[in-house]
Design a protein around this ligand. Structure first.
Ligand SMILES: *[C@@H]1O[C@H](CO)[C@@H](O)[C@H](O)[C@H]1NC(C)=O
Ligand SMILES: *[C@@H]1O[C@H](CO)[C@@H](O)[C@H](O)[C@H]1NC(C)=O
Ligand SMILES: *[C@@H]1O[C@H](CO)[C@@H](O)[C@H](O)[C@H]1NC(C)=O
Length: 202
């Protein structure tokens, strides 16, 4: 049984095979299950780390700034329980307002299929298009105003009632740290934002 599961070529085959076998064998014979989990290379997170990040929802990983509106965005991201988290605008906005590390961790804590930061699928083109607007086909970058519109839109979608007191604070506490990492002047192109999501550990 062991070598049978070890030598199977592809996971979907294993799943089908296991499903077929499981119904036909006794409980005792179903020991390959843990190996199946290993094949899936699920991300395991330390429960204590998860508790910590849960406590700091809405607080920026780097600046330490807390915004209730950001907490609302992050809760709305987590409610989706997604796997390709950069295909969910609420999760992209959550990373923007509290940092990538905590948002990746929080998602992994509830869904072990969320990969390590550098292996999470790229930022969705549809989300990018919604951020930059009609100039997307010309490869235009995200402006500060695009950013403000996007994160305020995310707070609105999260039914925020406590808004930031001024967009100037949002620029200082959320936009500037991203711009400082990408080092792309006053705007941010797609590839740099995507790199920031995957590699900034912010
Ligand atoms: C999230 O999805 C994962 C993977 O499908 C599942 O194991 C987990 O129970 C879900 N968590 C919540 C809170 O729905
Ligand atoms: C994600 O983006 C990187 C860098 O731009 C690129 O090399 C890679 O092919 C993209 N991955 C997918 C699945 O599109
Ligand atoms: C926001 O409120 C609307 C209307 O009550 C509701 O449909 C939606 O699910 C809420 N969104 C979140 C993220 O709670």
């Amino acid at each position: 049984m062991r070598s049978f599961f070890n030598t199977l070529p592809a996971l979907p085959v294993v799943v089908v095979a296991l499903a077929g076998i499981a119904s036909a064998v006794s409980l005792e014979q179903r020991t390959p299950a843990p190996e199946l989990n290993q094949l899936q290379a699920r991300v395991t997170t330390d429960p204590q780390t998860c508790v910590e990040y849960e406590k700091y929802i809405g607080i920026h990983d780097v600046s330490g700034a807390y915004y209730p509106g950001c907490a609302d965005i992050t809760h709305s991201c987590l409610a989706l329980n997604g796997t390709s988290i950069w295909s969910h605008s609420q999760c992209v906005a959550a990373a923007m307002c509290q940092g990538t590390t905590s948002v990746v961790y929080l998602n992994q804590c509830q869904n072990p299929n969320v990969k390590e930061a550098d292996a999470i699928p790229n930022l969705s083109g549809a989300i990018w298009a919604s951020i930059v607007g009609s100039c997307v086909d010309d490869g235009c970058p995200m402006t500060q105003q695009n950013f403000i519109d996007f994160v305020y839109g995310a707070m609105s979608a999260a039914n925020t009632t406590q808004w930031p007191t001024s967009s100037a604070n949002v620029v200082t506490d959320w936009w500037d740290p991203i711009l400082s990492w990408t080092a792309t002047g006053t705007t941010i192109p797609y590839n740099n934002l995507d790199d920031w999501l995957h590699y900034s550990s912010s």
